[in-house]
Design a protein around this ligand. Structure first.
Ligand code: HAM
Length: 419
């Protein structure tokens, strides 16, 4: 074959789309209940905004950005994540003038030039949420609880909610020094990138994926021991509020985020079924970022979940992709009736297919199976005469006899259908 998708990119074909739409629809419903409104942002941004926010020494900025010059000679980048673009828009449109909290969500593709592997792509899709203007840890608990409800609503179970606090501008210098002291003694064991990071931003060494660096940094001081009183109270209150909302969670003092903008709360939702790329969603607080982008000091918190990591965790019942009903007509008169009933059922919102040409029952059933029809009904001479048909569920093989009336079909299909 001559042309193929680029490495690390993929086409999402119709059989998988139902799962994608199920995730998006569930998220939209839950976002609405929590007052989050959709924001759509450009995919291409000025490179500076990512360097400024994600951090010069982060892996994303150092190695993974799709950056190029446009025809006007500007350096532009395909967004590697959504928060930087969002904060740019938040400041540009003075959204801070609206009453706090201002809450937003977005869905769309992100681009990172990473080494592709299972569940890790170069173009991947995130659903993200950002809440602005409130420092209170109850907002942190609320957004984590919302994330839990979305993931549960999608059908995921057995996820771990891991959290930590990584301190603020006030307590970070003492921590950075403690870390530098610890790492300084064994600097020669680290990769050359980490040796450079030691000077520029030693915290980034904690995020290095090189095996020798992972070994060499074992036993490094945990950031939780260096929190100032304010950060400690904030973190304790977050845990208390998560308990109140009954969101199970664990503290993971070794949790490191790959982006520099975080302050205080940081969290990750992981699944053991995903191997080394186990983060299904992740986020945290970024109380200094709006300031950094030239806006008034405004706290913020958010998360993003990765679609390509959620899809493989869904049960097949959530991802079935066939019509709700396949009608098999056995003669010309039945074909016309099928044609008519299919149209009426579609106007009522059901996905219905039928055979256009006459064919044997066997071949029609084979087709219904191939297109994963959830239910099948046969229209033959007897059925039309008696105005009675049998709707057969192809998944659990149950059968229901109904009158040949659209309303009765709807009642039955809505009851046995999964949507
Ligand atoms: P992140 O941890 O870089 O955070 O990414 C969030 C999620 O995106 C990950 O947990 C993962 O599910 C998914 N993801 C990341 N990289 C890939 C990849 N190469 N292939 C597939 N999935 C991937 C952020 O992006 C922050 N902007 C989240 C945030 C929002 N923090 C505050 N607000």
């Amino acid at each position: 074959m001559k042309y193929k998708t680029l490495k690390g990119l993929q086409d999402i074909l119709p059989p998988e789309i139902r799962a994608w739409q199920h995730i998006e629809a569930t998220a939209r419903d839950i976002f609405r209940a929590y007052g989050y409104q959709e924001i759509r942002l450009p995919i291409l941004e000025s490179t500076d905004i990512f360097i400024r926010s994600i951090g010069e020494t982060s892996d994303i900025v150092e190695k993974e950005m799709y950056t190029f010059q446009d025809k006007g000679g500007r350096s532009v980048t395909l967004r590697p994540e959504g928060t930087a673009s969002f904060v740019r828009a938040y400041v540009e449109h003075h959204l801070h003038n609206n009453p706090a909290p201002q809450k937003f969500y977005y869905m769309g593709p992100m681009f990172r030039y990473e080494r592709p592997q299972a569940y890790r792509y170069r173009q991947f899709y995130q659903i993200g949420a950002e809440a602005m203007g409130i420092e209170d840890p109850r907002l942190d608990a609320e957004i984590i609880s919302m994330l839990a409800r979305i993931l549960h609503g999608i059908g995921l179970e057995g996820l771990n909610f891991e959290l930590t606090s990584i301190g603020c501008k006030g307590c970070r210098p003492a921590y950075r020094e403690a870390l530098r002291d610890f790492l300084g003694d064994r600097l020669s064991s680290f990769c050359s990138d980490c040796q450079r990071r030691y000077e520029l931003n030693p915290l980034r060494i904690l995020d290095c994926k090189v095996p020798e660096c992972i070994t060499a940094r074992k036993g490094s001081p945990p950031v939780l021991h260096y929190l100032c009183a304010e950060c400690k109270t904030h973190f304790d209150s977050l845990k208390h509020n998560l308990d109140l909302l009954k969101v199970p969670h664990t503290v993971n003092p070794n949790l490191v985020r790959g982006l520099d903008y975080y302050t205080k709360t940081a969290f990750e939702v992981t699944s053991e079924s995903l191997g080394s790329q186990k983060a299904v969603a992740a986020g945290g607080r970024y109380d200094g970022l709006v300031d950094e982008f030239g806006g008034p000091p405004t706290p913020g918190i958010g998360f993003a979940m990765g679609m390509e990591r959620i899809i493989p965790l869904l049960k097949s019942s959530d991802t079935a992709s066939g019509p709700e009903l396949f009608i098999c007509p056995l003669n010309q008169e039945a074909a016309e009736k099928a044609f008519l009933i299919a149209e009426e059922l579609r106007t009522r919102g059901l996905w219905v297919e039928s055979n256009y040409e006459s064919a044997s029952l066997k071949s029609q059933m084979r087709k219904a199976n191939r297109i994963s029809a959830e239910n099948v009904v046969v229209f033959g001479g007897d059925e039309l005469k008696n105005k009675q048909v049998v709707i057969k569920n192809m998944i659990d093989k149950s059968e229901v006899s109904v009158n040949l009336v659209v309303d009765e079909f709807i009642k039955i299909l809505r009851k046995i259908g999964s949507r």
